[in-house]
Design a protein around this ligand. Structure first.
Ligand SMILES: [Zn+2]
Length: 253
């Protein structure tokens, strides 16, 4: 049968690891989100440039068509002019031809400006696409790394939870009374740590320095005490466990 101290000791450590693990998962998820947002922003910028270019292309095509229309009119009227000998008709046609030529010149000026703008956008787009290619590769790599780290940490978290469940079963079947109290304070948000080791004569949940009699009882005949300030379950590690832990730390080195 596991001792109450050893249950407390392991539970306390697992609870701490559980919190660290949970925070790490949250931190990683936030980081992943940031990278995804950056990547999406870049994608949007490229898409915007592509749309701008498409729009300019359309405008250029429209002006080109209108130039052709004017040329068509001029050609038609010039043919009519060659065929007629009536002065009035000649005069009208010549006026119309002159007007169409003016119009054509004006459209051609606009067309040149549009082509210039389109070329500029095209250059910007090319530059942006070249720069982004490298960036997208980097984003993909970072996202993959973070996703793997999340998966790893989540499986660590699951292991911690499973181990906690195992210990709680032992706890419940061997020490049902204090287990009841443990369950009660587990849902109490005011208790920062449900199980707190006594360190330097203080509760490690609320840091209150404990009355000497509580500590004295813990070291003599009591396996646990309740912190008079925060309600955490207080315990001290037994001599053997300290030694065992020292030995484990030594072995890990
Ligand atoms: Zn306390």
């Amino acid at each position: 049968m596991p001792s109450l101290q050893s249950i407390f000791s392991e539970l306390e450590k697992l609870e701490e690891r559980k919190i660290l693990s949970k925070n790490k998962i949250q931190m990683l998820k936030n980081k992943l989100k940031e990278v995804q947002v950056d990547r999406e922003k870049l994608q949007k910028r490229i898409q915007q440039k592509r749309n701008e270019k498409k729009e300019k292309d359309l405008q250029v095509r429209d002006k080109e068509l209108r130039v052709k229309e004017e040329e068509e009119k001029i050609r038609k009227w010039e043919a009519q002019l060659r065929e007629t000998s009536k002065f009035r008709e000649q005069k009208t046609l010549m006026d119309e031809i002159a007007e169409a030529k003016r119009e054509k010149n004006a459209i051609e000026d606009e067309l040149l400006e549009l082509i210039f703008q389109r070329d500029e956008i095209e250059n910007e787009l090319k530059k942006l696409e070249q720069e982004s290619e490298k960036k997208f590769g980097e984003y993909q790599e970072i996202e993959k790394e973070i996703e793997e780290e999340i998966k790893k940490t989540e499986s660590e978290y699951d292991e911690i939870i499973n181990r906690i469940q195992e210990i709680l079963k032992d706890f419940q079947s061997n020490f049902p009374e204090i287990f009841g109290y443990y369950q009660e304070i587990s849902v109490d948000k005011k208790v920062r740590k449900t199980i707190a080791k006594v360190e330097k004569s203080a509760c490690t949940s609320c840091y209150l320095v404990l009355p000497p009699e509580i500590e004295a009882r813990l070291y003599t005949n009591s396996s646990y005490e309740i912190c008079p300030n925060c309600g955490a379950i207080l315990y001290v590690e037994s001599e053997e466990e300290n030694q065992l832990e020292d030995k484990q730390i030594q072995e890990r080195k």
